[in-house]
Ligand binder design. Structure first.
Ligand SMILES: [Zn+2]
Length: 266
């Protein structure tokens, strides 16, 4: 996705598609090849991204400058709310060890001729709630008992779904890196604290019509109190908890306090 590469979208899958026999293998090889050729590191802006050896556990690329690791999932048509991913145990173990990879999700058109959308979810947006276990494979399956997982992309705040390509239009690299850096503070939070911050970020995004208007009030966020209580039933003091998260988000520059109970997204 080098910015000076005006032909990026036409450097698609179609020409090579016939070479690969298996459809899923085909998509994997082509999408990884595309990232290796056009991708850059959304964390630091360096290029290219280096591919791990095939079948590396839970990651496909890494950046040789900042060491960020990426997993890539490609699918036909619009990016869905739920992405099928690899082994559940490996994903949760890496998350708990705080070395999970960031996730790139690519969508391509039905003819596999071009990449239509590409987003990256930085690893600091992951919580255990985001990883949904799938049913283990039955006793007759080749890998009986193996358990995969889904990643619930739809539950990630918009701030954590950084667009690199939207409907064929490329986001400037500097903007991608800026957006990545603006939420790096989540890295410092424990998984539990991160869960609260992400829930309040989602509430703020909903309260501001997902970027439609910059200002909001405390009451706008309290309107989501019920869903926050449902997420965290153990915590009866949801309102103080919300105010506390807003303060953290203000201290970290994600939002600003205007006074008189009004806030503004920065
Ligand atoms: Zn990097």
């Amino acid at each position: 996705m080098a910015e000076d590469d005006a032909l990026w979208s036409t450097l698609g899958f179609a020409e090579d598609a016939a070479v690969f026999a298996s459809a899923s293998q085909n998509v994997r090889v082509l999408s990884e090849g595309w990232i290796a050729m056009h991708g850059f590191c959304p964390s630091c802006g360096a290029e290219p991204l280096a591919a791990f050896k095939a079948n590396a556990p839970v990651a496909d690329f890494h950046c040789s400058v900042c060491a960020e690791e990426y997993e890539l999932k490609a699918q036909r048509g619009p990016i869905k709310r739920r992405i099928m991913d690899g082994a559940y145990g490996a994903m949760t173990a890496r998350l708990k060890a705080r070395n999970n990879p960031s996730l790139m999700v690519m969508s391509y058109d039905p003819g596999r001729a071009r990449v239509t959308d590409l987003i990256v979810v930085p690893r600091h947006f992951f919580t255990t709630d985001l990883i949904e276990p799938r049913k283990p494979l039955g006793p007759n399956a080749r890998r009986a008992g193996w358990q995969g997982c889904n990643i619930l992309i739809g539950d990630v705040p918009l701030s954590g779904r950084i667009p690199l390509i939207t409907g064929g239009a490329v986001t400037p690299r500097a903007e991608v890196v800026d957006r990545w850096r603006s939420t790096l503070f989540l890295k410092d939070a424990s998984l539990n604290a991160r869960g609260w911050l992400l829930a309040v970020m989602r509430a703020v995004e909903a309260a501001t019509d997902f970027g439609g208007r910059p200002e909001f009030t405390l009451d706008d966020v309290y309107a989501h109190e019920a869903s926050l209580s449902a997420l965290y039933p153990g915590n009866r003091n949801v309102r103080p908890k919300i105010r506390q998260q807003l303060q953290v988000l203000r201290d970290r520059g994600w939002l600003a306090f205007n006074g008189r109970g009004t806030y503004r997204r920065t």
